[in-house]
Design a protein around this ligand. Structure first.
Ligand SMILES: *[C@@H]1O[C@H](CO)[C@@H](O)[C@H](O)[C@H]1NC(C)=O
Ligand SMILES: *[C@@H]1O[C@H](CO)[C@@H](O)[C@H](O)[C@H]1NC(C)=O
Ligand SMILES: *[C@@H]1O[C@H](CO)[C@@H](O)[C@H](O)[C@H]1NC(C)=O
Ligand SMILES: *[C@@H]1O[C@H](CO)[C@@H](O)[C@H](O)[C@H]1NC(C)=O
Ligand SMILES: *[C@@H]1O[C@H](CO)[C@@H](O)[C@H](O)[C@H]1NC(C)=O
Length: 312
C-alpha cells in the first residue's frame, strides 16, 4: 500500500489498540465470564433499589452472547434457615458460608453457547458436554458497594444437598451413562452419577456444573482424538474472533486513513494555494506532484457509501 507514513503508523496503532493479544481469550476464559456476569449483577443492585429474597434476571453485555443469569440477595441467616431456589438450582437449608458475611448475593448463570469455554478445562478430554454449563456463585453483598471488600464466598451444604435440575437443557445422549461434572476451582473435574434419569446433579459447594458422557471408546487413542476435536473447536472460535476483530479494525483503519489523508490533502491544498499566489513557477511542479495520490484517495473514501445508504 502506498500510504503516506503518518496514516500507516496510525493504522498500525489502531490495530494494536483494537486487537490486544488478551482479546483472543475473551470468549474462552471461564473466569472472565464469571467476572462480567458478577459485575453486571452488582450493577443491577446499584441501579435499581431491589428487594432481598427476590430473584431478578441480570441483563448482560453483548460481549458474552448466549449467556443468561439470575441474581438474588439474602441475609445469610435467612438462607441458612430457608434455603433458596435460583434458576435451575435449589439450595437446601443448612448452608454454611465462609468467610462470615451478614448478607450475600447469589448469582446463577447459564453459559449457553459459551459453555465451550470449558472445553479447555484441564481433564475434560474423554468426556463430552451434553448440557450447557450452569454456575452457582456466592458473593459478599458488601462488595457490591465497596470494591475493597473481596467478593467471593464459599458455601458448604451441611444438611441437604444443592441440586441442579438440567431437565429441558440436556441434549440427547442415546445409551451413554450421563455423569455430572463439577468444574472445580483448582482446575480438576470431579464426576458423580446423575440422578433422576440423568437430569439432576447434586453438589455440596458453589461452582460450575454440566452433564457429560464419556466420548465413544475412551481408550488412549480415541481419548486423544476427542482432545483434538475439543482443541479444534476452541481453535475455531479463536480464528473467527480474530478474523472478526481484524476485519473491523481494518475497516476502522481505512476510515481513519481516509480521514487523515483527506485532512492532509486539504492542508496541503491550502498551502499550495497560498504559495501559488506567491510564486507561479513553483505551483505548477508541486500541484502536478501532489494531485495523483490525493485523487485516488478521494475515489475510495468510504463516507460516500454512508451518504447513499440511508436514502432507500
Ligand atoms: C428471566 O429469564 C427467563 C429466561 O432466562 C425468562 O423465562 C423469564 O421470563 C425472565 N423473567 C423476567 C422477569 O424477565
Ligand atoms: C470498604 O471496605 C474496607 C475494608 O473492609 C473498609 O476499610 C472501608 O472503610 C470500606 N469503605 C467504605 C466506603 O465503606
Ligand atoms: C482430573 O484430575 C484429577 C487430578 O489431577 C483427578 O483426581 C480426577 O479424577 C480427574 N478427573 C477426571 C474426570 O479424569
Ligand atoms: C486437583 O489437581 C491437582 C493437580 O493435578 C492435584 O494436586 C489435586 O490433588 C487435585 N484435587 C482433587 C480434589 O482431585
Ligand atoms: C455410578 O453408578 C454406577 C452403577 O450404575 C456405579 O458403579 C458407580 O460407582 C457410580 N459412580 C459414582 C461416582 O457414584
Amino acid at each position: 500500500m502506498a500510504l503516506p507514513l503518518g496514516p500507516r503508523f496510525l493504522f498500525l496503532l489502531l490495530i494494536q489498540a483494537l486487537v490486544p493479544p488478551s482479546s483472543l481469550q475473551l470468549h474462552l476464559d471461564p473466569g472472565l465470564i464469571d467476572r462480567i456476569v458478577r459485575d453486571s449483577a452488582f450493577r443491577s443492585y446499584l441501579v435499581d433499589h431491589q428487594k432481598t429474597a427476590v430473584v431478578y434476571n441480570v441483563s448482560l453485555p453483548p460481549s458474552i452472547p448466549g449467556v443468561s443469569a439470575a441474581t438474588v440477595r439474602f441475609r445469610t441467616g435467612s438462607l441458612r434457615r430457608h434455603g433458596a431456589a435460583v434458576g435451575e438450582f435449589r439450595v437446601a437449608p443448612g448452608v454454611v458460608v465462609r468467610p462470615r458475611s451478614r448478607r450475600l448475593v447469589v448469582v446463577a448463570q447459564n453459559l449457553g453457547d459459551l459453555s465451550s469455554a470449558y472445553d479447555g478445562y484441564r481433564n475434560i478430554s474423554g468426556f463430552r458436554l451434553v448440557s450447557p454449563v450452569l454456575g452457582l456463585l456466592f458473593y459478599r453483598a458488601a462488595s457490591v458497594r465497596n470494591a475493597s471488600v473481596p467478593p467471593e464466598l464459599e458455601i458448604l451444604a451441611t444438611r441437604g444437598p444443592i441440586t441442579v435440575d438440567f431437565s429441558g437443557l440436556a441434549r440427547c445422549s442415546r445409551g451413554s451413562r450421563v455423569l455430572c461434572a463439577l468444574f472445580e476451582s483448582d482446575g480438576n473435574l470431579s464426576l458423580s452419577n446423575a440422578t433422576r434419569g440423568g437430569t439432576m446433579c447434586r453438589a455440596r459447594t458453589q461452582g460450575h456444573f454440566a452433564l457429560v458422557v464419556e466420548s465413544a471408546g475412551s481408550g488412549g487413542r480415541s481419548g486423544g482424538e476427542t482432545e483434538m476435536e475439543m482443541k479444534l473447536s476452541g481453535w475455531k472460535v479463536v480464528v473467527v474472533s480474530v478474523a472478526a476483530g481484524a476485519f473491523s479494525s481494518v475497516l476502522l483503519g481505512l476510515v481513519a486513513v481516509a480521514v487523515v489523508t483527506a485532512q492532509r490533502k486539504r492542508m496541503r491544498t491550502a498551502e499550495m494555494e497560498r504559495r501559488a499566489y506567491e510564486e507561479e513557477a513553483l505551483q505548477v511542479s508541486m500541484v502536478g506532484h501532489v494531485r495523483a495520490p490525493t485523487a485516488a484517495v478521494v475515489r475510495t473514501a468510504p463516507c460516500l457509501e454512508n451518504d447513499v445508504a440511508p436514502s432507500w
